[in-house]
Write a protein that binds this ligand. Structure first.
Ligand SMILES: C[S@@+](CC[C@H](N)C(=O)[O-])C[C@H]1O[C@@H](n2cnc3c(N)ncnc32)[C@H](O)[C@@H]1O
Length: 921
């Protein structure tokens, strides 16, 4: 490359070109060596370097810059190299013997640490073409390197990825310990060149000449890969050319005259191996450029084949065929005579035909099945995706409606039968009954062979669905079976709950205690007369009666009422029903007309006789505002009642106290309530038995439950004491309790208020027939919201704070011990003082001095001044041997060394031991 080539090609004047210019390098290739050296650091530690094919001298510049000063740098090239300081250059062909002798004479006894080779045959240059290929040039440079390299030296060479590449690498590996191929960033990507860095030359004493003989090293091994064309029918599939590039052609861009394609025997291979077709030959100009078939599109395709697609290649091939026909290279094929349709159908015997048909049908069927399954899966997947995106709701896609085997969970058939849908049409126009699946069956139980829990949950969901429907539609007799289902569900739930409770009981002591209490019969609320079954029956009757009258009206109201079922759970609804039911109670006997007239007669107090009798009951006794007269009358009545003396006494007390009743303590109140209740009970019993003729008022006999368990009985001493203890221990730990207590103490609340407050919906909540799990829940959630005051909360807070402030047990014990010790000391001093005082042979003055001394001693021990702190300074470092005050130490100090410390400790230990042994003696 003696003459400077004009670098006008696109992309050739890249950043390295400009950098080389800026930094004064003769060639941009200088940066390749810079980068290689950066990676392998072979220049800095070298003293002798030979650069084969060095012109114009870029690498030589880098070498002289990087290598130590006074290194020997020799450059050889076919072209002369402009002189460089500290670099010896000469013009020679590196493949010649003369080159070797010149090098030898230049180096004398020296051996090279690095041999560089960046040679490339001057392809397309103006001077004589070198007979050698690149690979042969590399092998020649290696030959020189083996001759002039030091042991452990490096050889850096440029190679092209050709079919000789692997052979060359193999040879390198025989002669060097480390062989690495690398492409520095400054090497253009379009160039097929890479650099092989061979390090640690083994310097064998004798090298087999075959290693360096091109004929032997590059012996042909045809792999059939060289020049393999691109698959023009699948241009997107690029095969790797592992065998590299053709010899002598190291460019990636290949041009061919278009006429060659026309005449090529294998046009497909030609298309695959060429980048561009030109129209420069005479034939091209004559037959192609002016041809009507050579459209602009064809020309554009010929300009760059690497970007073409399958369709383009097809059009090129078609174009080629047309041209060939036009120029007479090919002849038009004569139209073939139409083949006679004489298809001979081989006769199959019947069995074969049937089998074949069956097999085809089966295959077709399974194929269809597969398609159906796939389509179904796709549909489901799509729907799930839509659902996740919130585009649809589950019911839209019918996922929830289908049971496991495609069965539906419920249907509206029954409702339809009962005319429910008609009502729906009237009540809710949004719902189109035709949309519902007629196959759905509400009563159908699809749960079979499942675990209990699953079944229950399924039934639960089913029940929920049903409830929803109940809320929307008025369902008449047709729903009876569903009620059965409900009952079943409730039974199941109850069973489950029982099992749950058993499990709880097994492990929970609290639950056991609770169960015991329940067994004992704690108050569980008022219960109705008769059995639960009767109740439920009568309730059902009532419900039916309420719902029966008018279908249409009930329909219109059904939505707003949201179902009578819901109301059943509410206490209010319960009370209503109970009242209704009580009016039907067969035990209650009505009054005849004469009796009623008698009751309407007015008494002296202005009340009717009936009213007076009502207010004469014991419950109204002792209430605030009751007038004297009434009291007296009551007193009389109660005096008549001589059965219970204690009762009388108590009632007398009541009358004496008057308004003070409200200030009675809780025990008294309870006792009072208990007595009132007893009196009521007694009267009721009398009424039921018909003993008391003057009692015209219908009295409901008290049930046995009322008698025994329901109300806490003040007469049970054991219970009484237990409750009292509980109250004293725990009653005032909540803000509600404290508020109540404060209001009582401050006379802000009266007994009447308390009674009033007791009438809450919780107190009268009917519990019969309700499942246990529901009641359990109610205990936690359906509780009265009692009022609290700031003061009460503050009291509770203070109490808690006081509790928190209490020292922990250990500290409290330690403090107590200290106190005890001090008391003991004082006792001792007192005894000593007494002894001094009792001594007769000393004067009074001496006695007082002795006692004063004792007291001073006792006080001294207490008021001892704390010792002044003495800082210990260890005599080491700058303090070693220092006689004055050590630096940076203020106040009292003491110089110590480790020896002293140890001795001090030892002395203490010995003293302690001696003390211990003395005590034993
Ligand atoms: C790419 S240039 C080397 C550039 C050089 N490394 C630099 O940085 O300036 C390749 C050189 O190899 C030289 N060359 C090719 N064949 C040669 C041979 N047989 N003997 C000596 N030099 C040769 C060419 O003359 C050319 O200058």
């Amino acid at each position: 490359m003696g003459k400077i080539q004009k670098k006008t090609g696109k992309g050739r004047l890249d950043k390295y070109y400009h950098m080389a210019k800026e930094q004064g390098y003769r060639a941009r290739s200088a940066f390749k060596l810079v980068q290689l050296n950066k990676k392998y650091n072979f220049l800095e530690r070298s003293k002798v370097l030979i650069d084969l094919c060095a012109a114009p001298g870029g690498w030589l510049q880098v070498a002289s810059k990087m290598m130590p000063v006074s290194s020997l740098i020799v450059g050889v090239d076919l072209a002369p190299i402009k002189p460089l300081p500290n670099v010896i250059t000469f013009v020679e062909d590196i493949t010649t013997e003369k080159c070797r002798s010149t090098l030898r004479s230049t180096l004398k006894t020296w051996k090279a640490d690095v041999v560089l080779h960046d040679g490339a045959p001057n392809v397309g240059a103006a001077w004589v073409q070198d007979a050698f290929t690149q690979s042969e040039l590399v092998l020649q440079s290696l030959k020189l390197a083996t001759e002039f390299l030091n042991k452990g030296g490096s050889f850096v060479t440029k190679v092209f990825r050709s079919k000789d590449y692997n052979n060359l690498m193999w040879v390198f590996q025989q002669l060097f310990k480390k062989v690495e191929a690398t492409k520095p960033p400054s090497s253009r990507n379009v160039s097929a060149e890479i650099f092989v860095v061979c390090r640690d030359f083994l310097a064998p004493k004798k090298i087999d000449p075959k290693f360096l003989d091109p004929k032997h090293v590059f012996s042909e091994v045809d792999t059939g890969m060289i020049g393999q064309p691109m698959d023009v029918f699948h241009p997107e599939k690029h095969k790797r050319q592992r065998e590299g590039y053709e010899d002598g052609n190291y460019t990636l861009h290949k041009t061919m005259d278009a006429w060659e394609l026309i005449t090529a025997p294998d046009p497909v291979a030609t298309l695959g191996s060429v980048n561009q077709f030109t129209f420069q030959s005479d034939e091209s100009r004559q037959h192609l450029i002016n041809s009507a078939d050579t459209t602009e599109e064809i020309k554009a395709c010929c300009a760059d084949l690497k970007v073409l697609g399958k369709k383009d290649f097809k059009s090129l091939l078609k174009w080629r065929l047309n041209i060939r026909l036009a120029v007479g290279l090919d002849k038009k094929p004569e139209p073939k005579p139409v083949a006679q349709e004489t298809v001979e159908i081989a006769a199959l015997d019947d069995i074969e035909a049937v089998e074949e048909h069956a097999a085809t049908a089966a295959a077709e069927e399974s194929r269809q099945d597969r398609i159906r399954r796939r389509q179904k899966n796709e549909r489901v997947q799509k729907n799930v995706q839509r659902m996740q995106l919130g585009m649809i709701i589950p019911t839209d896609i019918g996922l929830e409606q289908d049971g496991p085997d495609g069965q539906s969970l419920f249907s509206l058939t029954k409702i339809q039968k009962a005319g429910g849908l008609k009502k729906v049409r009237k009540g809710d126009t949004d719902i189109d009954p035709e949309e519902f699946n007629p196959d759905m069956d509400m009563g159908e139980d699809i749960v079979t062979g499942e675990t209990d829990s699953k079944a229950i949950s399924r039934r639960k969901s089913k029940s929920m669905v049903k409830e929803d429907i109940d809320a929307q539609f008025v369902v008449d007799d047709a729903m009876d079976s569903d009620n059965d289902g409900d009952a079943e569900l409730m039974e199941d739930l109850d069973d489950m709950y029982e099992q749950y409770k058993e499990r709880q009981l097994e492990r929970d002591a609290k639950m056991r205690a609770k169960a015991k209490r329940e067994d004992k019969g704690e108050w569980k609320g008022f219960k109705k007369n008769g059995s639960g079954d009767e109740d439920s029956d009568s309730e059902d009757d009532e419900l039916e009666a309420v719902n029966a009258p008018n279908d249409d009206t009930s329909d219109s109201e059904s939505d707003s009422d949201s179902g009578a079922d819901d109301e059943e759970g509410l206490p209010g609804a319960r009370i209503k029903k109970t009242i209704k039911k009580s009016s039907k109670n067969p035990l209650l006997v009505g009054l005849d007309d004469a009796e009623q007239a008698e009751l309407r007669k007015k008494t002296a107090s202005g009340l009717t006789k009936g009213a007076k009798m009502f207010f004469d009951q014991d419950v109204f006794k002792g209430l605030v505002g009751e007038d004297e007269e009434d009291d007296e009358e009551d007193e009389d009545e109660n005096e008549d009642d001589a059965d219970d003396e204690s009762n009388e006494d108590d009632e007398d007390d009541e009358q004496e106290d008057g308004e003070d009743d409200v200030e009675m303590d809780s025990d008294e109140e309870i006792r009072q309530l208990s007595k009132n209740r007893k009196a009521l009970k007694r009267k009721a019993t009398e009424a039921a038995e018909g003993d008391a003729e003057e009692d015209d008022i219908e009295m409901v006999p008290v049930s046995k439950e009322f008698e025994g368990d329901e109300i806490w009985d003040g007469e049970s001493d054991e219970e009484d004491s237990r409750k009292r203890k509980q109250i004293s221990e725990y009653s005032l730990i909540t803000a509600e309790a404290m508020t109540l207590a404060q209001s009582l103490v401050n006379k802000q609340a009266t007994k009447a208020d308390l009674i009033d407050q007791g009438f809450t919906k919780q107190a009268f909540a009917e519990k019969d027939g309700l499942p246990a799990w529901f009641l359990e829940d109610e205990q936690f959630h359906n509780i009265p919201n009692l009022p609290i005051t700031k003061e009460a909360v503050q009291v509770i807070k203070d109490r808690m704070r006081a509790l928190d402030a209490r020292p922990i047990k250990k500290i409290a014990e330690a403090k107590a011990r200290k106190k005890y010790r001090e008391a003991q000391k004082l006792l001792k001093i007192q005894k000593k003082a007494d002894a001094i005082n009792d001594t007769e042979d000393i004067s009074e003055k001496q006695k007082s001095i002795g006692i004063a001394k004792l007291l001073a001693k006792a006080a001294g021990a207490k008021n001892k001044k704390p010792k002044k702190e003495v800082k210990l300074v260890v005599a080491k470092g700058s303090n070693k041997g220092n006689k004055g005050r050590p630096k940076g130490v203020k106040g009292r100090y003491k110089m110590v060394d480790s020896r002293m410390k140890k001795e001090l400790r030892a002395t203490k230990r010995i003293a302690k031991k001696a003390k211990g042994s003395n005590r034993k003696k």
